[in-house]
Design a protein around this ligand. Structure first.
Ligand code: DX5
Ligand code: ZN
Length: 219
């Protein structure tokens, strides 16, 4: 079983003070989740490689880039050069998903594929052995602070079962509405990596919020 991880999403942090925002939570998490949005695949715009590069210079944490963009192949090298360690593309955004996964590895990053709430888990069966992780979206991507979609739990259970049956090491990451209330069910369902945006950076004391989530994750 993969070691569990807390992955704070900077989407809910103060973008004018990213370094200062991230530093206090660093002791309580294993990686940093960066949400990249293009205004096409999702109805929102966020950050790109320059911000990834700047954060990699000030944080010791591995950077996990969640690309919510169309035609991600065009930008893989730019994210690798900017310092991304984990690179996740959306199943729905890739016409030739297998090729994209190979390209992520060729750039020296660890590949993940995200599935939207309406995308079935079995659609990943052919590529599962090639993936370092799968991201189950438990909200529709595009914004922080949305409510957890309950049937995501069944998708996490289904994915965990498929990974175990095939003897794979693929990690199960979950993103959207992860907080103290939803965490226990997600842990029971078999998730490994927990992305939390508003539950960390939207809290009055982000370090305390991250510590609390980390205690639950590693209990
Ligand atoms: C949403 C992003 C998430 C977002 C999660 O499209 O992929 O990473 O930051 O935010 P919360 O944890 O507030 O649901
Ligand atoms: Zn995300």
């Amino acid at each position: 079983m993969t070691a569990r991880r807390l992955c704070p999403s900077i989407l809910s942090a103060d973008f004018a003070r990213l370094a200062e925002s991230v530093r206090p939570v660093e002791p309580y998490c294993e990686m940093l989740h960066l949400d990249v949005m293009d205004g096409h695949f999702v109805p929102n715009l966020t950050i790109g490689p320059p911000v990834v590069r700047s954060l990699s210079a000030v944080s010791r944490l591995p950077l996990d880039c969640h690309l919510m963009i169309e035609d991600p192949d065009r930008y893989l090298r730019a994210f690798a050069e900017a310092g991304a360690r984990y690179l996740c593309v959306h199943q729905e955004a890739c016409t030739h998903l297998h090729r994209t996964i190979q390209a992520i590895r060729a750039e020296g990053m660890l590949p993940g594929v995200a599935v939207n709430p309406a995308t079935p888990i079995p659609s990943l069966d052919p590529v599962l052995p090639d993936l370092h992780f799968v991201l189950v979206m438990s909200v529709n991507p595009g914004f922080g602070g949305q409510s957890f979609i309950p049937y995501s739990l069944e998708k996490v259970r289904d994915l965990r079962r498929r990974i175990s049956e095939r003897g794979l090491e693929t990690a199960v990451q979950v993103d959207g509405g992860v907080c103290e209330e939803t965490l226990p069910d997600l842990i029971r369902a078999g998730a490994d990596w927990f992305v939390a945006g508003s539950a960390v950076f939207g809290a009055p004391d982000p370090a305390q919020a991250a510590r609390r989530l980390q205690e639950m994750i590693h209990a």
